[in-house]
Design a protein around this ligand. Structure first.
Ligand SMILES: Nc1ncnc2c1ncn2[C@@H]1O[C@H](COP(=O)(O)OP(=O)(O)OP(=O)(O)O)[C@@H](O)[C@H]1O
Ligand SMILES: [Mg+2]
Length: 382
């Protein structure tokens, strides 16, 4: 089942109003439950927001060996120990590790190893990607879910989830940037050699554009949102010449007519600004060089005509729009780009339950209705 309602209690990916967010979760849940014909008790939750930060880290350990042998053989236990060593980073009290994602292992001087178990050597190194978040922001989202009657099974970084539903294996191998152009945030994730290289969250998205239209056209935010979705475009090349639209009047005033090109001249600079921030992020993190396959844009903002054109100009590489594949609940319902994260969460959940892995990479067994591990994660904050 699917439920989709406007979210009123979030700003730039973080909760600013607990009551409204709880209500919105309840309403979308109700819709989804009606379609699915079942009761939802527990959830996997996506997280974004500017408080999310990521770094690459490295750990090394001596490979355990049998007495008398000159070299050892990497055991599963060594892999767990080396990842544990790599996750040892200094963190302020108010932050927690959300994910530890192994990138590659090094056995002695052999680099680029993905499955080191069984290999002979003396020293094992792991390169990992660590995602951290602010405890308070995570806690507020969890509080809203709990108030809406949901147990939290686990939390997953939103761009990781979106990547799961829209990127192809080839793209992830060759090097690709995923841009999830959402309402409050635009999430960035870079993959190459089938592992994540970089992730970041930019605190601007479609809502920022809507607000600008509201101010520019002197119209309420709600009507600006409709105008954007019905007539908006991210590039002048995506619209025809001499197209006009009607702006509803405010406070009893007559409706006005305006050219669509004028609307685009409000939207395009904002889209350009957000995409440029994403490009700067890639430059800063030196991940531009990893990208062989180009850019995939998803999220609600990806539905805007002209998005591919403007992104190709800014990134100077091939761009495509990504939407979840083959997962429509009914044949009549094609899932657009805005469902990328939700569908991706389902896929991530499935994978992780099969692997028995908790969000921070530590192995534990899952039980559907027990939020015990999340509690542990917050160390008694609940
Ligand atoms: N057809 C469309 N044309 C233009 N913009 C659209 C269209 N459909 C949705 N949007 C915009 O996409 C945004 C919502 O996208 P999405 O549903 O992916 O966000 P979200 O996942 O809820 O937010 P976030 O990722 O920031 O938490 C809104 O700003 C909305 O106006
Ligand atoms: Mg999103």
């Amino acid at each position: 089942g699917i439920g989709c309602v406007p979210s009123r209690g979030l700003r730039r990916g973080v909760v600013i109003n607990l009551e409204q967010t709880t209500e919105d979760i309840e309403r979308s849940l109700q819709q989804a439950e009606e379609i699915a014909g079942c009761n939802v008790q527990a959830a996997w939750v996506g997280m974004a927001g500017e408080h999310v930060k990521s770094i690459n880290s490295r750990g090394a350990i001596p490979i355990s060996k049998m007495r008398g042998e000159p070299t050892g053989e990497v055991a599963l236990n060594d892999v767990e120990r080396v990842v544990e060593a790599a996750r040892a980073i200094a963190l302020p009290m108010d932050r927690r590790i959300l994910h530890v994602l192994p990138q590659e292992y090094v056995v002695d001087s052999e680099r680029g190893i993905r499955a080191p178990v069984g290999m002979a050597g003396v020293r094992l190194e792991a390169n990992v990607h660590i995602v951290t978040c602010a405890v308070s922001s995570a806690q507020n989202i969890l509080t809203c879910c709990k108030r809406a009657g949901l147990n939290i099974i686990d939390i997953i970084l939103e761009p990781l989830a979106s990547a799961e539903s829209v990127l192809t294996e080839d793209e992830k191998e060759l090097g690709v940037v995923l841009l999830d152009f959402g309402g409050g945030t635009t999430d960035v994730a870079v993959f190459q050699n089938n592992v994540i290289r970089h992730s970041a969250v930019i605190g601007y998205g479609g809502d920022y554009i809507t607000r600008d239209i509201a101010v520019g056209l002197r119209t309420p935010v709600e009507s600006a949102e409709h105008i954007k979705i019905d007539h908006g475009a991210a590039h002048q090349r995506a619209i025809g010449q001499n197209e006009f639209l009607e702006i509803p009047g405010v406070g009893g005033r007559e409706p006005r007519e305006m050219s669509r090109s004028m609307l685009v001249s409000i939207i395009a600079p904002r889209v350009e600004e957000i995409l440029t921030m994403a490009r700067d992020e890639l430059m800063r993190s030196r991940t531009m060089e990893f990208i062989g396959a180009g850019v995939v844009i998803t999220g609600g903002g990806a539905s805007m005509p002209g998005m591919t054109e403007i992104a190709e100009e800014i990134f100077a590489m091939p761009v495509r729009i990504g939407a979840p594949q083959d997962e429509a609940p009914g044949e009549e319902m094609a899932l657009g780009p805005k469902y990328a994260t939700a569908v991706g969460l389902i896929r991530c959940a499935h994978k992780r339950m099969q692997a028995g892995e908790f969000h921070d990479g530590r192995k534990r067994s899952f039980r559907m209705n027990s939020p015990v591990r999340i509690k542990e994660w917050f160390q008694g904050i609940f």
